[in-house]
Ligand binder design. Sequence first.
Ligand code: M6R
Length: 361
Amino acid sequence: EKAGYKHFMAKEIAEQPVVLGDALRHYLTLDGVNLPPELDFSSIERLTLVACGTAFYACSVAKYWFETLAGIPCEIDVASEFRYREPPMPIQSYALFVSQSGETADTLAALRYCAGKVAKTVAVVNVPSSSIAREADLALPILAGVEVGVASTKAFTCQLLALAVMALKAGRDRGHLTKVQFDGHLDTLRAMPGLMNAALTTADDIAKLAEQLAEAQDILFLGRGPMYPLALEGALKLKEISYIHAEGYASGELKHGPIALIDRTVPVIVMAPHDKLFDKTVSNMQEVMARHGKVLLVTDGKGVASAAEGTWAHLRMPEVAEPFAPLLYALPAQLLAYYTAIAKGTDVDQPRNLAKSVTVE
Ligand code: M6R
């Protein structure tokens, strides 16, 4: 079943262009999106997105999209905090619950808390027969196919896609996006499988870098804007399977503490497409380099041309229009974790202490 791959995780990383293509065919029509008409965002005052782990980071990326593409106030929380906070829920709001398995106990409890308090509860799940899908008012499939590896990979990018499509619909429902802008964003999403194939060709380079990363005690990931949650996701993936201590930070937070950690032994992985925040991130990166931190810059051709000099290494991604770079940059983040774990000889598909589905609190 591993289709010639050494691990399910490797297979699931590699099949992302294909499964994302399938999901795109489901969610995009010739001139719009295929979402249930009752998912109407026009008079919604707030969105709340709740999840755990990697699914929470998908929500964290989506918050940027719902705010910038649709102008909807959007709250996010991890389910284990949300459910005990007794948060007030405006009736004119939707609550979204994102879960690969659809069985995560805290996420299910958060959904039950919201039932009846909001206009609609919406499940974004990979397993359509799951408890979360059944109990929500509306369930949207992410169409990633069965995910076996404990480290979530293709489910993450498919969660991002479903959320991106929703944010675009919300943008149209609310008149926040013109038709031309909306069409442009759809084209960006349609191009994603091809871009992902190109990103996967960096695997051999990543495998070489990983041999050195595997020596590190601590690794930092930095990102800004929608790349900040991706930094968190990169760090989670790495610690889950390689057992190396890793932290993700918003680039701008570096000087508020974590820069004290930097020396020659600390690799700092900077996820920075050449977008409108690029220069800000580069100045944070230079602060790291001035303290002899070992920078791995993950960027595109323009980013390489303007900022790769003096870094320890760089990875070149294809160019991708804003704000959907997280869908693409997830792949090098996953590959970095995968090859670092391989270099350390850990059990990639069955990391210690972790379960695929967390059905206990
Ligand atoms: O099945 P779910 O999406 O609800 O699972 C949530 C988390 O347990 C899950 O994403 C976990 O963080 C993964 N092991 C991350 O790779």
